[in-house]
Design a protein around this ligand. Sequence first.
Ligand SMILES: [Mn+2]
Length: 324
Amino acid sequence: MDKKVLVEAAEALANASSIVITTHIQPDGDALGSILAISRHLRQTGKKVCLTWGEEIRIPAHYQWMPGIDEIVEYGTCIEADLLLALDCANEQRLGFIAEKLPLFKTVVNIDHHIDNSAFGTLNVLDFEASASCEIVYDLLKAMGAAIDEVSATLLYTGIVTDTGRFQYSNTTAKTHDTASELIRLGVEPNEIFQYLYENMSFASLKWLGAILERAVFIDESGLVFSYVCAEDLKATGASLGDTESFIDYLRVAREAEVAAILKETPEGKLKVSLRSKGVVDVGSIAREGGGGGHRNAAGLTTDKPLDEAVAWISARISAQVPS
Ligand SMILES: [Mn+2]
C-alpha cells in the first residue's frame, strides 16, 4: 500500500471536527473492531464522532463484550458531520442506506482490504495485502501518532483473529503475525479474546449445530460440503441467524471439503449463502457472479433461488474452477 495515502487519511481525519464512522451492514469482528478502535482514538483527540451503519443496529451476541460497543447508534441520531469514514466496506451496496447519504459529506474516507473494493470514497485507503481492515487501522493509528492502549489493541486483535479464521486462512501473512505480536505486547490477552469469540455459544446453539451437521451433504464432483438453516429452525430454537455465523467452520473441517457452504433462509424467504474455501477455489468470484462479494476464501451472496437450485449453481461453479 502507498504510505502517502495513509498520511492523507490521517490528515483528513485530523482536520475534521465531526466524523460519522460506518462499516458494512451485518458487521463482523473486523468491521466492529476497526470502527471501535479508530473512534476511540478520534474521541480521545476531541473529535465529535458518531458510530453507526446503514441498517437497524443489532449487535451479534458474541461481539457484545467488545469495549465501546454501546456507543453504536442508529444513523438518525447522528450529528451533522463533514467527514464520513467507512471501514471494511467493499462497495456502496454494503453501506446499506448510508450509500444514499454519501453526497451529504464533503469527504468520504474509504479504508478497506477487499480486493473488489469499488473505491467509492473521495479518499481511498485500500490495502489488498492486509488480512483485515484492523491491520490497516493499526498502520493508520501509528501514522496518526496515536498511543494504542490495551483496549484499542484488543479491538484490533479481534478483527485480525476473526478475518483470518484464527490465523488460518491464506490471507494470513508474516505482517499479520507481526501486527498481532505488537498488539499482544500492547496488552492483548489472546486467551480471553478467543474464549469470548469461540467458546461463547449457548448450549441451545450447540445442540442446533448438531442438527445442522446431521443434515450436511457432501457433493463428490465439486468437493462441496453444505448444510442449511430453515426459518422453522429459528422459530424452534428461538435463536437468531447471527448464532449460525460460526457453523460453517465446522463443515470445512471435513478432509473431503474443498468448499463449505451454509444456506440460511431469511425472514424474507431468500437464501443467504456463506461460502468458505480451503484455497484452491476462489469463492469470492463465485459470490460476485451471484451478486454478492467477499474474499478468495470467505464470501457470501443472497439469492432468490430455491435450495436445490442454489446448491446446483454453486456446485457447478466450483467444478468449473477445480482442475479435474
Ligand atoms: Mn474485513
